[in-house]
Design a protein around this ligand. Structure first.
Ligand SMILES: Cc1ncc(C[n+]2csc(CCOP(=O)(O)OP(=O)(O)O)c2C)c(N)n1
Ligand SMILES: [Mg+2]
Length: 570
């Protein structure tokens, strides 16, 4: 007997899916049976990873894809489990994370007509009008597997869609009877299901952008995540050197350029004032960014020429979106940068102007570095700047940093360093709670790397830390986690005061945003759930000792370390 579920596992395995981040239910008897059969008979299949919370499951798959580029599978329970994926669906969509999500459906028969027919009361309760509608606004493709006969083709098509630009999550469902069906074996030629080829710039676009950069007085590049493809990082630096162009990261979710590069000008976030290098730019090249600037407070100069490169330059899933680009190109960043570099080798920019621009940007770079160094001293106590700089000193250049610092996103990006590709990630979305599951996914993708999750205290609670730390212990995916504990939710306070600077909220003592009385024992949660090394620290000195031990524990004892850092709030 070869079931549709066995074929489903075979298709995932053929496609290179290593893990099923799974939260099983009554919709999955065929799948559970097929996994047990594969195990008993030694047939290769993806390894199930039990995720006691669905948002953690999808965050794991997202983290895995962020570090490796490879789609994994998430298995959830009917409409209920789909809803419990929660905001992780938003994060995966915004981050363009390739993931295959599979949910069962309530059985399609109720009189025992077919194997898998209804036999539990919940099967009536879970029969809903539009299960796929729960996630339709967020996935690239949603489809019901109606027959087991071509289930392998459907899985390969779904993964091809997920892995083709713009990449993203896909959602498949199937009723129990379809997954139980006995099917013939279908041979698949993997080479015929590859992602679509990446798009280059058109030749006239290469010439126009290169000429504009060469002729500019103050050209800048704005990016958020071109470094999701490590090949683009070195290509960007080559372009910077051959033209003399500064790079601004805008709300970055990837490492895009060495922070030690002369052309690295730092990152901008929600600051309510202009970024000087952006304000002075006459040519701006936006590559891979969803929010390159915030027009009301930090606009691109009206007279600047704006060029735009993105695999989705129209941002087709963001209803209100425009940046006034004079030309937009639907192209892959690494390919486009390589084309620009090749053009500039053949038609080099005048040496004098490259030297002048390089001096200018190197000067800005050095001034910024000096300012950051001043903020990192212990004189101010346990500030987020000091905390991040200490983390940087302890973890080394190769460690993968995940940031979910919220009001401390800027401090974390400014002070965490990062000079190698794929050493910094954020969720790319705004649904908090990504960094725990994502750390596990990254650790599974690259078990030898030190993974470091830096999270707000509120975001830590959103991440379902008891699930995360049980999983990290059980599956031996140890990571270091540092909680930027500022006593609750600072961001909503900032948001309110930015709109109502002189209002009642500005004068109130209590805005219902504090998580205190009692202050949760954040690190203790991880210790209780997964035996993590747990410390709460309140001073720079205590922090240093805890970080040294935390890194050692994560590296040598293969155990998570969670440091709850009570940072000083200004
Ligand atoms: C799932 C989800 N719920 C609510 C919000 C709204 N929100 C944005 S920031 C924030 C507080 C985050 O707290 P914390 O992680 O401690 O960061 P802080 O603001 O203190 O820097 C909340 C509730 C959100 N972004 N995502
Ligand atoms: Mg907080």
């Amino acid at each position: 007997m070869y079931s549709a579920s066995a074929a489903f596992l075979d298709a995932l395995h053929e496609a290179g899916v290593s893990y099923l981040f799974a939260n099983f239910g009554s919709d999955h008897p065929a799948l559970i049976e097929a996994i047990a059969e594969a195990r008993a008979t030694g047939r290769p299949a993806p390894t199930p990873i039990t995720c006691p919370n669905e948002m953690v499951a999808l965050s794991c798959a997202q983290g895995y894809a962020q570090l490796s580029g490879r789609a994994q599978a998430v298995v959830v329970h009917v409409d209920c489990g789909t809803q419990a994926l929660g905001g992780a669906v938003h994060n995966a969509a915004r981050n363009r994370a390739p993931v295959l999500i599979f949910a069962g459906m309530s059985p399609a028969t109720q009189e025992g007509e077919l194997k898998g027919s209804r036999n539990e009361f919940i099967h009536w309760l879970q029969d809903v009008a539009d299960q796929r509608g729960i996630v339709r606004g967020y996935v690239k493709f949603d489809h019901e597997i109606r027959s087991g006969a071509n289930i392998k083709q459907i899985v390969h098509r779904a993964l091809q869609l997920a892995s083709s630009d713009p990449t993203g999550p896909v959602y498949l469902v199937a009723a129990r009877e379809a997954m139980e069906q006995e099917v013939a074996r279908v041979a698949i030629d993997r080479a015929r299901w590859r992602p679509t080829a990446r798009s280059p710039l058109p030749e006239d676009g290469v010439v126009e952008i290169a000429e504009a950069l060469r002729a500019a007085r103050r050209p800048v590049i704005v990016t958020s995540y071109l470094g999701r493809n490590p090949a683009a990082v070195s290509a960007l630096e080559t372009l910077c050197q051959s033209v003399g162009v500064g790079v601004i990261e805008s709300a970055p979710s990837a490492m895009n350029l060495r922070v030690d590069s002369d052309f690295y000008l730092g990152s901008q976030w929600n600051e309510p004032y202009p970024t000087p290098a952006l304000a002075q730019a006459d040519v701006i090249l936006v590559i891979d960014s969803d929010v390159p600037w915030i027009g009301a407070v930090n606009p691109a100069p009206a007279e600047a020429a704006i060029y735009h490169i993105d695999v989705d330059p129209l941002k087709e899933t963001i209803p209100l979106w425009y940046i006034g680009a004079s030309r937009s190109f639907r192209a892959d960043a690494a390919l486009a940068l390589a084309q620009l570099n090749a053009h500039l080798v053949a038609h080099p920019a005048p040496r004098e102007s490259v030297a002048e621009r390089t001096r200018h940007y190197a000067g800005l770079h050095r001034a910024r570095a000096a300012l950051l160094a001043q903020k990192e001293t212990a004189a101010g106590g346990l500030t987020s700047e000091f905390l991040t700089a200490s983390v940087r000193r302890h973890i080394g250049e190769d460690a993968v940093v995940l940031s979910e610092g919220v009001t401390n996103y800027p401090a974390i990006r400014h002070h965490s360093g990062r000079n190698r590709p794929a050493t910094y990630f954020a969720s790319g979305g705004s649904s908090l709670g990504w960094s725990g599951g994502a750390a596990i996914g990254m650790k599974l993708a690259e078990p030898e790397r030190l993974v470091v999750s830096l999270t707000g205290d509120g975001s830590y609670l959103f991440s379902a830390p008891s699930t995360v730390h049980w999983m990290a212990a059980h599956y031996r995916t140890p990571f270091l986690q540092v909680i930027y504990n500022n006593g609750g939710w600072r961001a909503p306070r900032f948001s309110a005061l930015a709109v109502h600077p002189q209002g009642y909220a500005a004068k109130a003592n209590n805005l219902d945003l504090d998580i205190v009385d009692p202050a949760p024992d954040y690190a203790g949660i991880a210790a209780a759930a997964g035996g993590a090394y747990a410390r709460t620290v309140k001073s720079p000195k205590a922090l240093e000792a805890a970080l040294a031990e935390g890194v050692r524990v994560a590296r040598e004892e293969k155990r998570c370390a969670v440091i709850n850092a009570r940072i000083s709030v200004r």
